[in-house]
Each structure stands twice: as C-alpha cells, then as structure tokens.
Design a protein around this ligand. Structure first.
Ligand SMILES: NC(=O)c1ccc[n+]([C@@H]2O[C@H](COP(=O)([O-])OP(=O)(O)OC[C@H]3O[C@@H](n4cnc5c(N)ncnc54)[C@H](O)[C@@H]3O)[C@@H](O)[C@H]2O)c1
Length: 434
C-alpha cells in the first residue's frame, strides 16, 4: 500500500515518520524544496525531540522517502493524508487555500482509486468540500473516498503522542474507507472512534476549545486569587485532585498561544457566527486569553513610571517548551508592547531565537545564554518554562541583574525562594514578593 503524506510540518512529518516506523511505506511530499532537501539529508526542519533519529532510521530501512515532485507523490498512491496548514484569516476563519490547492493537485495527479484523509484541522463541512473539489476534476474511471482524521499530537511530545495517543478519530461516510484507515493505524493499538465526517471535524474543535477553556478558567481564578488572597498553585492542586475535573490544563500562566488553540477557537467562533449561533463561552475564552497575555506587561508599567530606555530581559520565546514554534507565542505580543514603550529588550530562548530574529531583526538584542540576557537588566520576564530556565537559581537573577525584578508568567519559583533571595517577584495568582 503506497501512503503519501502531504505537508511535512509538525503534523505531517511526525505522522509520516511514525507510520514508517511501524512498517508502512511512506512518501512525504512538500512544496517547500528547502524542507525536502534538509529531510533528504536526514535532518528535521523542525525541532521535535527524537525526530532526527527516527527519520534517519526509517530512511535507512528504505520505508521513508521525501519528495517535492507532485507526480512522484501522488502517482500510484492508495492513501493520501493531507496535513497542510490551515492558518487564520484576518476575520478569524480558517484559511483553506492550502488544503484546497492540495486537493486540486491530488485530483490532477492521482492515478488509481484512493482514500484522501484530512489530518489538518478544518471547519465542519470542509471534508465534503474537499471531496467535491477532487471529484469534479477526476477522470471518470477513478474513485476517491474521503476520511476525516483530526490530529491531537502536542508539539514537544509529538512522537510519544502519536504512538501513545488517547484515541484515533476516523470520520467517514464510507465504512470501508474508515476500516482501511483503521488498519493503517492498527500497529499503534489505540482506541478508535468511528464517526461521520462532520462529527470528526467537530471533535477536534470541541477538544481544543475545551482545553483552552480550562486554561482561561484557571487563569481567571488566578487573577481573582491575586485580589482576594489565596495561592493559585494550592487552589489548582485542590481542584485538580477531583477526578471529575482532573489536574491537566490547570496551570495558571500568561495565557495560551501556539499554532492551534488561538486559531482553532477563533475558527470555531467564526463558524458559530456563520450559523447564527452566539457561542458565549468561547468568546469569553478568547477575551480572557487576550487580556491574560497583557497582564504582566501592565504590572510592569504600573511598577516602573516609564519603561523607556529601560533594559528588559525576556526568557523563553516559544509558545511552550520543547518546540521551536513561536506562532502566537506570548513573547511576540510582549516584545511589541515593550517596543512601543521604547524599552531596550534582550531575549534568550534555547531554540526559538532564529525565528524571533526573522520577525524583529535588530529592533531587539539576542543573548547567547540566560545569564548574558540578564546582565545589567532592570526587569526580567519569564514566558516559557524551558527546563534550563525554570532551574536557574534565583541567585543568578540577583547577581546578573541591575535590579532583580522578576515577572514570572509560568510560576517557575516558589514564593519562599523569592523571599529568601530578596527578589521582587510578580507571578500569576500569587501574592507579589516585594
Ligand atoms: N502543530 C500542531 O501541534 C498541530 C496539532 C494538531 C493539529 N494541527 C493541524 O494540522 C495542520 C498542519 O499543522 P502544522 O503545524 O503541521 O503546519 P505547518 O505549517 O508546520 O506545516 C504545513 C506544511 O504543509 C506544506 N504545504 C502547504 N501546501 C502544500 C501542498 N499543496 N502540498 C504539499 N505541502 C504543502 C507547507 O510547506 C508546510 O511544510 C493544521 O491544520 C493544524 O491546525 C497541528
């Protein structure tokens, strides 16, 4: 069975590599020649722990190949997984251009009956639309079946999640096609949920929206703790031990970012509007998160009369640890806000620097280490809880900074530790140490 994966980004590449690792013959196709060249040399174009090793292993075993040649990608394919981006449009809706282009190319180049599987996150109804795009262009002797197979992996633990995910959702209006996709995944031995096309699409949006809601909820409780007294870490522990609630996604912080949550909840809200449904909770989640991302910036503005000319350090740029992804990261908003105040910004991140440099160029400074970034600084923000950042000693902040004022968006340190080291410490949902 020839399986092609369209798009070698975070989802497509990890899916292709993991499917090849369990023995499938996989061709990964991307229109980005640079990515394909890198992959053919055995290197991953994205930072994802363990991925380089798996790529090299499966290339060597002859089960994994990469191409930017559309004919080679689709000719003879029995099954094509689409994993191209669905970024947000200005109005919050999902931009379907990439997936529509992929569908057109598939129709033009497939040479036998084929199952087309959508892994990209797409609004309800898109799979039917994709099916029509392909069907309209197909020669009469060829048949296409459409399956929706939304992806739930998390960047930073994407390989583990693919092998050990909670479930595989397979949505199809054709039972046989759904069964074939289940067989492809059978080596993973994961629970499978079969649904119709539209329900599968909705499961993805509902899951991400619910997780985003949980984060915004605990952030609101944290903000209230700051006003009424109480420590969000203790509150979250007490709440999370209730098995009906669970302790995941109850870490208060600077708000969620990344390539999925913000765009997916906006796309779901847009879809609701299109169908004349006022999705009140979702609108609140969006609002709460927007305000949460600005919270520490406003705190800093309150404390310093003016930020102009002040040397400010930002530690952690990626939207979460163990990824190089900076899409919608809290750091981007903070950098923009601080630049508007004419602050002098130095940043450090273990892997996210080059992507941020592409956006901000010489408007900010880039340090080679956390210590270098802190040297002579008047205030530091922690935005990503990378291991090497959260294990820094508070003594380091004290000895390198001109004034040890720390705004911790990830609650990396205990209040006792901050007190002991004489640091001015502002975190989320806990009393300030001043
Ligand atoms: N990143 C995640 O953690 C994650 C998790 C679950 C679901 N998703 C969803 O999966 C989809 C892909 O996300 P991603 O983060 O992997 O995107 P990405 O931007 O990292 O990768 C998309 C890739 O598709 C390629 N591409 C675009 N058009 C193409 C075409 N016509 N033919 C071949 N390749 C093409 C691009 O060059 C790029 O390499 C999105 O819909 C996203 O919402 C992402």
């Amino acid at each position: 069975m020839k399986i092609t994966i369209t798009g070698t980004g975070y989802v497509g590449l990890v899916t292709g590599v993991c499917l090849s690792d369990v023995g499938h013959q996989i061709t990964c196709y991307d229109i980005d020649q640079e990515k394909i060249d890198l992959l053919n040399s055995g290197q991953s174009p994205i930072y994802e722990p363990g991925l380089d090793e798996l790529i090299q292993k499966n290339i060597q075993k002859g089960r994994l190949q990469f191409t930017s040649n559309v004919k080679e990608a689709y000719s003879g394919a029995d099954c094509i997984f689409i994993a191209v981006g669905t970024p947000p449009n200005e109005d919050g809706s999902a931009n379907l251009t990439y997936i529509e282009n992929a569908a057109i190319e598939i129709a033009e180049h497939m040479t036998k009956d084929c199952i087309v599987v959508t892994k990209s996150t797409v609004p309800v109804g898109t799979n039917e639309h994709i099916g029509m795009i392909i069907q309209e262009r197909l020669p009469v002797n060829l048949k296409v079946r459409i399956v929706s197979n939304p992806e739930f992996l998390r960047e930073g633990s994407a390989i583990h999640d693919t092998f050990h995910g909670d479930r595989i959702v397979i949505g199809s209006d054709n039972q046989e096609a759904g069964k074939r996709i289940e067989e492809i995944y059978s080596p993973f031995k994961l629970p499978v949920v079969h649904t119709d096309l539209r329900s599968a699409e909705m499961i993805k949006y509902a899951s991400n929206s619910f997780l985003a809601l949980k984060i915004s909820f605990i952030n609101e409780i944290a903000n209230l703790c700051e006003k009424v007294g109480g420590n969000i870490e203790q509150v979250a522990r007490g709440v999370g031990l209730d098995k009906r609630i669970g302790n995941k996604f109850l870490q208060a912080g600077i708000g969620f970012g990344g390539s999925c949550f913000p765009k997916d909840i906006n796309a779901l809200n847009h879809l609701a509007n299109e169908y004349d449904y006022d999705f009140k909770i979702l609108k609140s989640v969006i609002d709460v998160n927007r305000l949460q991302k600005e919270r520490l910036f406003h705190k800093a503005k309150e404390i310093f009369e003016s930020l102009a000319g002040r040397k400010i350090t930002i530690l952690g740029l990626t939207f979460k640890p163990n990824t190089d992804d900076i899409r919608d990261a809290a750091s981007l908003k903070l950098i923009q806000d601080l630049l508007l105040e004419d602050a002098v910004i130095t940043v450090y991140d273990p892997v996210g620097m080059s992507k941020v440099e592409k956006l901000f160029g010489d408007k900010i400074q880039y340090a080679a280490s956390a210590e270098d970034a802190l040297a002579g600084s008047e205030a530091a923000f922690i935005l990503t809880e990378w291991g090497e950042i959260k294990t820094l000693s508070l003594e380091t902040f004290k000895s390198y900074m001109e004034k040890p004022i720390l705004f911790d968006g990830r609650n990396c340190f205990t209040l006792e530790d901050a007190e002991k080291h004489g640091i001015h410490y502002y975190s989320i949902g806990r009393k300030p140490i001043v």
